[in-house]
Design a binder for this molecule. Structure first.
Ligand code: ADP
Length: 318
């Protein structure tokens, strides 16, 4: 019987460590914002199950299973990332968006905890600086894109420029004169779609997640932050003032998702009222995506292999 060489062994190990897609496709389909169709956020659950009859039934068993899947995916993601890095063809860009307290930071921490930090970069985008405002809105994101072989995470992204800025158009600065209306925002969606298409065509796989929480859950999380002196640092008074604009934000998200969920780069509307649900789903989607690329470790020729063996022999004798 032929023995696996080291390379084959590693590839097969990656495959053995978990099935592609631990979560049923049927479920994933339901949280994917179908390109070309108009979605309404109200039709997407923020809770752990999309079906009413599943809502309370066997919740604990479901949670236990989900946490197991999360664990498996975390391990699988670590080896998938190593392969991504070694094959050096694609990069992965993960975009996390959501209302304040939706769980973006926690998701990054829990989903990517096993991944080699060398091949993974997180960027958190805040209110743009003067220098950033002196460029087009995509400029600061261009500079932060992952290199080939890397996973890049955008904690907030260029979508803020059609979300917070759409809710507060007074924040637009130094633009050529013109009406800020439907046409203006459509042009921004178009720019985003072109930008993402360009990246995709050049080997950047983009995964976009909207962490969908309910208004009640946000209230609960904000109050939690106010009750716990170890969580004060997470609290900001602007979270309360922005909450007043909840409906405007939901409308802005709906418009942005409808305009930019494409076949190449779809949006996932992740139920996020339960952190374990959101994390499990996101880990599964990322791992499945990297594995579907069917990456290979770089092959070496017999000639080089012979040289390596000779080098090894010499080292043994040293
Ligand atoms: P986070 O809430 O992500 O943990 P912060 O509390 O510092 O971090 O919030 C960052 C803030 O920056 C958010 O309120 C967000 O809406 C704002 N922001 C991000 N991008 C832009 C932008 N292009 N224009 C205006 N505000 C922005």
């Amino acid at each position: 019987m032929l023995r696996e060489n080291n390379h084959e062994h590693k590839v097969n190990q990656t495959r053995r460590e978990g099935r592609i897609g631990l979560i049923a496709n049927k479920y994933l389909k339901r949280i994917r914002a179908a390109p070309g169709k108009k979605i309404r956020l109200d039709d997407f659950s923020t809770d752990w199950a999309q079906e009413r009859d599943l809502k309370d039934a066997e919740k604990e068993a479901f949670k236990e299973k989900a946490l197991k899947i999360l664990d498996e995916n975390r391990a699988a993601l670590a080896s998938a990332q190593e392969l991504l890095w070694a094959s050096n063809v694609y990069s992965i860009l993960i975009i996390l968006q959501g209302m304040d307290t939706a769980g973006k930071d926690g998701t990054i921490k829990h989903v990517l905890s096993g991944v080699n930090p060398q091949g993974c970069k997180v960027h958190s985008f805040k209110v743009p600086t003067e220098e950033e405002l002196d460029h087009t809105f995509l400029w600061r994101f261009w500079r932060a894109l992952p290199n080939r072989g890397e996973i890049g995470i955008f904690n907030r992204s260029y979508y803020e420029d059609v979300l917070v800025v759409k809710v507060h158009p007074e924040r637009l600065r130094n633009l050529p004169p013109g009406k800020i209306g439907k046409k203006f925002w459509n042009a921004r969606y178009e720019d985003i779609n072109s930008f993402e298409q360009h990246l995709f065509r050049n080997g950047t796989i983009i995964l976009k997640f909207f962490l969908h929480i309910s208004r009640e859950e946000q209230k609960k999380r904000l109050l939690d932050r106010l009750k716990d002196d170890e969580k004060y640092w997470k609290f900001s008074l602007t979270d309360i003032s922005e909450r007043q604009f909840w409906n405007d934000y939901q409308a802005a998200y709906e418009d942005a998702i409808n305009a930019t969920s494409t076949d190449l780069v779809p949006w996932y509307v992740i139920p996020a009222d339960h952190k374990w649900v959101a994390r499990t789903l996101i880990a599964d989607i990322i791992t499945t995506k990297i594995r579907s690329l069917d990456l290979q470790y770089p092959q070496i020729t017999d000639e080089i292999l012979a040289k390596y063996r000779e080098a090894g022999r010499q080292l043994e004798e040293d």
